[in-house]
Design a protein around this ligand. Structure first.
Ligand code: PRT
Ligand code: ZN
Length: 283
């Protein structure tokens, strides 16, 4: 059985559980439990604080885990990373009081900066030859300037509203982060095989998230033009409609590409365009 560590309760928890469920792995959750076993896949789930996950995976207490890249790199454990998972996207940024005149990073020379990410911040400052006093605090970083604890902060930003409501402005992006799957480097063959099986399913889920199934009707004499317009398609399915001279085209497109060509498809005579989600996609 493979042991997966995920965050017990926080910003990573819900999407981590959702990904596992989308992989067809069933389990019963309870807020009181610290671990659960899947009922249909050789996986055990441990619920931990996110900061502890890289260490547990490195020590082999858990075999794999899901954690933010910010935590992984801060703890110097990036070697454990297997795959970016595309959720919990955020950035680690430097921010200063809104009224400060800020030109560039050299303005922070000799200043006090509060953060929970001293290593990532130090590396960023070192690369730019800036020396500052880093105050490591574990929470409520954004209030540090208003209580006189620091001149600037370095904290996680997602929408930016926390900075705004604390009278701060974002001035430098230090690190881009998202959830990442990590694994112990010394898995035995049996566990590696389970991980490979899990990765196969994760890839199918990820592919499906980007792809959409498209169905449209078109005059049969326009099918060639429309096929050429559809991006990245070798060979769509073409079926005759009951109405003489009309055909139905079915294919898979990337949703972003689809919005680019929608007008052209209509101009070329496409009608009744349906774009539907795909649950899993195996190639
Ligand atoms: O209890 P435990 O230690 O497990 O959880 P935690 O409180 O340390 O972590 P948690 O749940 O807050 O975050 C887990 C991970 O989610 C982080 O390590 C990031 O990888 C990721 N993540 C994504 C975020 C955010 N978005 C985020 N917005 N982590 C924190 N924030 C906070 C940020 O610290 C700030 O206070 O949200 C505020 C900013 O949000 P905006 O939207 O106002 O900009
Ligand atoms: Zn934490």
């Amino acid at each position: 059985m493979l042991r997966l560590a995920i965050q017990k309760s926080g910003r990573l928890s819900e999407d981590s559980l959702k990904l596992i469920r989308e992989c067809g792995i069933s389990f019963i959750t309870s807020s009181l439990k610290l671990k659960t076993e899947s009922t249909n896949f050789p996986l055990e789930i441990l619920y931990l604080r996110d900061d502890d996950i890289p260490g547990y995976v490195a020590d082999g207490v858990a075999d794999i885990g899901i954690v933010g890249e910010n935590v992984l790199v801060e703890e110097g454990m990036q070697a454990l990373a297997v795959e970016q998972l595309g959720f919990s996207k955020c950035r680690l940024s430097l921010a200063v009081p809104k009224s400060d005149e800020y030109q560039d990073i050299t303005d922070l020379q000799g200043k006090n900066i509060a953060t929970s990410y001293p290593n990532l911040l130090q590396a960023y400052l070192n690369e730019r030859g800036v020396q500052a006093h880093i105050h490591t605090i574990s929470g409520s970083v954004e209030i540090a300037p208003s209580i006189g604890l620091a001149d600037a902060i370095c904290d996680i930003v997602s929408s930016g509203s926390t900075l705004i409501s604390n009278g701060l402005k974002e001035v430098e992006r230090v690190f881009q982060s998202q959830a990442v799957l990590i694994a112990n480097g010394g898995l035995n063959a049996e566990k590696q095989a389970i991980l490979d099986k899990l990765l196969f399913r994760i890839h199918a889920v990820q592919r499906a998230q980007k792809a959409k199934y498209i169905l449209l009707n078109a005059p049969t004499d326009k099918v060639d033009i429309i096929t050429d317009l559809l991006p990245g398609i070798k060979s769509p399915t073409i079926l005759p409609l009951a109405e003489e001279g009309w055909s139905s085209l079915h294919s898979v497109v990337n949703e972003d590409d689809f919005w680019e060509i929608i007008e052209k498809l209509k101009e070329a005579g496409a009608q009744g365009i349906l774009v539907v989600p795909i649950e899993k996609m195996i190639v």
